[in-house]
Design a protein. Structure first.
Length: 273
């Protein structure tokens, strides 16, 4: 029997259909797992996953989350899945103890506690990225500090602290897989935009998904250029607070810097739309 399609669809229905949330088996279950978050937020989180995978920031591991736009004490994160495969149906709503709000949710990432702890400690943060990008990982095993090389990495000017999981009493291993290890990471991050995790990777935070994604990509560029500059020998001329002009790009982690040209092209490359 032919399916009947309404002659006119609302804008919300069109977006929902494009995201796979409308007229799909199990769609109601997916909506219950994201707690009524806006379709735009869901779309941005899916796209953010795909961009970070496509740009080589995340591989089969790592993750990006967003604070819920209807409830500040909740956040959205994919189920345990490679970022390049994430769809809207894979998103799960968590509370700030990293517990899934819906008990029927699929298995999540072990390190979802990274996100929960940071959202709990930083009300200004609305998106968190955890990654193991090789260029940045180099600085997570070295005494040489990661410093800002160019203007797109001005968010590094306040500094990049190092989280040392060995200092967590009684913990074994390198994973931040409970709040006992997550809280010290959030404390190490403080009010900064980036924190390295010794022998593991790093976290990047932002006031929204596009900014957290942008910072993650520019962080990779900065790390690679810094390594090249150090290899040249001589003195490397890093950015300082004196290079930041009022009204220009800011080094303040809680403020938004718009990248009107970058997000659309990253999205196009990752999604083909």
């Amino acid at each position: 029997m032919r399916r009947l399609v309404p002659r006119a669809l609302s804008c919300g229905a069109v977006i929902a259909a494009a995201l796979g949330l409308w007229a799909m088996p199990g769609a109601a279950g997916q909506e219950s797992r994201t707690g009524g978050a806006s379709l735009q937020l869901v779309d941005d989180l899916v796209v953010g996953n795909r961009i970070l995978a496509n740009e080589g920031i995340l591989d089969g591991l790592g993750h990006i989350s967003v604070r819920h736009d209807q409830r500040a004490d909740r956040f959205l994160l994919s189920r345990d899945l490679a970022p390049g495969l994430v769809t809207a149906a894979d998103l799960v709503e968590y509370d700030l103890d990293a517990n899934p709000v819906n008990a029927q949710s699929p298995r999540g990432y072990q390190e979802r506690f990274i996100h929960a702890a940071i959202y709990r400690a930083r009300p200004d943060v609305r998106s968190v990225v955890h990654a193991h990008t090789p260029s940045v990982l180099t600085f997570a095993v070295s005494t040489i500090p990661l410093r800002p090389i160019y203007h797109m990495a001005s968010f590094l000017v306040p500094g990049v602290p190092m989280y040392e999981i060995r200092k967590v009493a009684g913990h074994a291993g390198m994973l931040v897989n409970d709040m006992r290890t997550g809280a010290p990471l959030a404390q190490t991050l403080g009010d900064k935009a980036v924190a390295l995790m010794r022998g593991h990777g790093y976290v990047v935070v932002g006031p929204d998904i596009p900014e957290a994604v942008s910072r993650s990509i520019f962080l990779d560029v900065n790390a690679r250029v810094q390594l090249q500059a150090i290899g040249l020998g001589g003195t490397v001329n890093y950015l300082t607070a004196a290079d930041l002009s009022p009204g220009g790009q800011t080094a303040q982690p809680g403020q938004t810097t718009a990248y009107p040209r970058s997000w659309p092209i990253w999205k196009e490359r990752a999604m083909g739309r």
